[in-house]
Every structure is written in C-alpha cells, then in structure tokens.
Design a protein around this ligand. Structure first.
Ligand SMILES: O=C(O)CCC(=O)C(=O)O
Length: 374
C-alpha cells in the first residue's frame, strides 16, 4: 500500500474514526494511483481527443448595469437561451478588481503548498461543509476526486461582517489574518456580483429585476477554493466528479490551466478558461425558483499530468430560513408548480445525507419533502 494513505485498512473504515487522507505532495508523483481514485470505465474522462468546447455566451455586465436598452435586451436574451439549454454563461466587465482575484490565487498557492499537517488544522469534520478536505476521503471509499479543497461560509447579513476573516483566525491562527482578509473581501465581491446577476436573471425571466436581488440580499453562501494537483494517470480519475450544484448560482474563476467540463447533448464539453471572466451556472435551488425553466446542469473537472489547477467557486444560497417558492408569474409557463416549497437549510441537510452524483438530487428531494408532508 502506498505510504500516503495514512490509515489502514485499505477500504473505508468507520466514518468518524479513521478517515483516509492523501498527501498531494507525494501522490502527484505516483505512477500507480490508489484504486480508490480510479473511476469506473464508463465515467473515466476521454482526454484525447479533447471534448469540443461548449459555447457559453459572454455577457458584458457593465453594459447591462448601465441600463442602455440594447445592451440590456441583448444580455437578457443570451442569458435566457443559455439557461434554458444548459444553465452556463460567462460574465466580463464584472467590476471585480483583478488584483483581488490574483491575491486569492496567490494565497491559494501558499495554503495548498503548506505541509499536510498545517492544512489539517482547518480539517473539515464529518457532516460539516466548511474546512480543508482532501478527496472527501471520510465520505466515500471509491471514486475519490483528485483534489484538495478549502471551504468556508460567507454571510451577507450585516451582523456577520467579518465572518470569513474570523473563521481563518479561529481555525488557523493569527498568522492567517491576511488570508482571511483577502478571502473576506473576495467573498463580499462575489456576493455583490451575484446580486447584479440576479437582476439579470430576473429580467431574462420577464419578472421584476429586484425580485431575486431582494431574495438573495442577505445570502448565506459558501466559498470553496479547489486545488487539483497534477496526476500521472489523468485518464483514470476525475478532479471533481459529475454533479449538479444544489446551491442557487455558482460563480467560478478558473486559472488558465483548464479542466471544467459540462454534460450537454450526451457529451462532455470543456469550458475554456478566461482570466477576465467568471463562469456562472444555475444550481438546483435556482432551478426550483425559476419553476424549472432554467437548468441546473451536470458538470465535472478533469485533471492533467503536469500542471496544478486552481478554481475559486462561490456558491450563492439564500438565507437559511427563506422559503424557496417560484414567483407566481413563472408558474404560468408550466401551468403548475414544479417543486414544493422548501428552505435552503432543509435542502442542504438533505444533500449531506443523500448525495447523488447525477441530475436527480432536486427530484429526489422534492419526492422526499412530499412524503414528509403526508
Ligand atoms: O473546478 C472546477 O472547474 C469545477 C468545480 C466544481 O464544480 C465545484 O467545486 O463544485
């Protein structure tokens, strides 16, 4: 057995007691990757020939915000068709300072470059969604993703002004004050951007643009830093397995390495990196809010043999107790409500107990809610 698997036995031991851990600094040089990271043949990525890129319309957000009628209707039209088809688009001229984005990439290099024992000070506990995790090893015993992540909560509630900074200080100590400050600032910028995008989504659905902006004003979101070490067998594994985001809206910044893929028309398509733009996608909760008009689509990340890859994902979510209920104006399209009312806290709990690596989480959750109500 390879030395980087720190605990025995090889198969997943009892969840709380003895989780597997991997040390990326060793694992990235292994030519035989551990069986837990080898995905079944039908799910292995086809790296050659590369999947054709997906067309994700670039939206000039500044032009949209300016309110200029032509720019506004163009943006709204492009977003409407992309979200009906697959739920992915890109925004540029978004107003987020490029120095801030570079700062997050810089601190990520520092964080993930630290020895495993240091990173483990922030280790994510079983059943929690915040903290450092390598490969979700305490949740699954097979099909492990080839990545390390650091996740933390962001809240736009004015009572939680320093929530991210405080998190870093509490779990990592005073030396991480600068990390915390940068991540706090970045999360705040993402929250602001998400609210602008919510206006655009509202307009594209033909409803009052303030409707969704107001709904997410005090959002309770999750920020995740993804670090994908190189892998000597990139055709055997996946950095992030196929999944739909249960959250509302994801705003992703990827470095220039590439690896994000989306499942459209029964094929995996890449989304080329663009450092000036953010990739935006609809999550399950917004799909419910739009009464199923906008799609939450299956996506994944592949890895490569030479270059580490980084991505920053901001997962917008409503305040925990807000009721997710599609506005009346959107019900007329389908003549019925597609999903029962729910709160994000119930859905979050459900996803932690009943993980599904397919497009059916929202359907399974809806059925479960209806059963509970009977
Ligand atoms: O890294 C990427 O490109 C995708 C990340 C992702 O899908 C996730 O963190 O849920």
């Amino acid at each position: 057995m390879s030395p980087f698997i720190l605990s025995l036995p090889l198969l997943l031991p009892s969840k709380e007691t003895n989780p597997l851990v991997f040390d990326a600094s060793i694992l990235q040089n292994e030519t035989n990757i551990p069986a837990q990271f080898v995905w079944p043949d039908h799910e292995k990525p086809r790296l050659e020939p590369p999947s054709p890129p997906l067309y994700v319309p670039p939206i000039d957000l500044k032009a949209f915000i300016s309110g200029e009628p032509l720019a506004t209707s163009n943006a709204s039209r492009l977003v409407h068709s992309a979200c009906q088809e697959h739920g992915f688009f890109q925004v540029y001229n978004h107003g987020v300072d490029s120095n801030l984005i570079n700062d997050v990439h810089r601190i990520m290099n520092l964080f993930f470059g630290m020895p495993l024992s240091e990173k483990q000070k922030a280790e994510r506990k079983f059943g929690e969604y915040c903290g450092y995790a390598s490969s979700f090893t305490n949740r699954f015993s097979s099909k492990l993703p080839w990545k390390e992540t650091l996740s933390f909560r962001y809240s736009a509630d004015p009572k939680c002004l320093n929530i991210v900074h405080d998190y870093f200080l509490n779990v990592m100590g005073e030396d991480f004050s600068e990390f915390g400050r940068v991540c706090q600032e970045y999360s705040k910028a993402m929250s602001k951007l998400a609210l602008d995008i919510m206006e655009l989504l509202g307009m594209s659905l033909g409803i009052d643009p303030s409707c969704f902006r107001d709904f997410y004003e005090e959002n309770d979101s999750i920020m995740r830093l993804n670090y994908y070490p190189p892998c000597k067998k990139p055709d055997q594994t996946l950095g992030t397995g196929p999944h739909c985001d249960p959250t509302s809206l994801t705003i992703l910044h990827q470095d220039n390495v590439g690896g994000l893929e989306v499942f459209v028309d029964e094929k995996w398509h890449s989304i080329a990196p663009c450092s000036d733009a953010f990739v935006v996608n609809i999550g399950d909760t917004f799909m419910a809010l739009s009464n199923g008009l906008y799609k939450s689509c299956l996506h994944r990340a592949v890895v490569n043999s030479n270059t580490p890859r980084k991505s920053l994902a901001f997962f917008l979510s409503p305040k925990m107790d807000k009721v997710v209920r599609s506005p009346k104006a959107l019900v007329k399209y389908n003549n019925q409500r597609m999903y029962p009312d729910f709160t994000w806290s119930t859905f979050l709990e459900f996803t932690q107990k009943h993980y599904r690596a397919d497009m059916k989480t929202l359907d399974a959750f809806s059925s479960w809610l209806q059963m509970e109500k009977k």
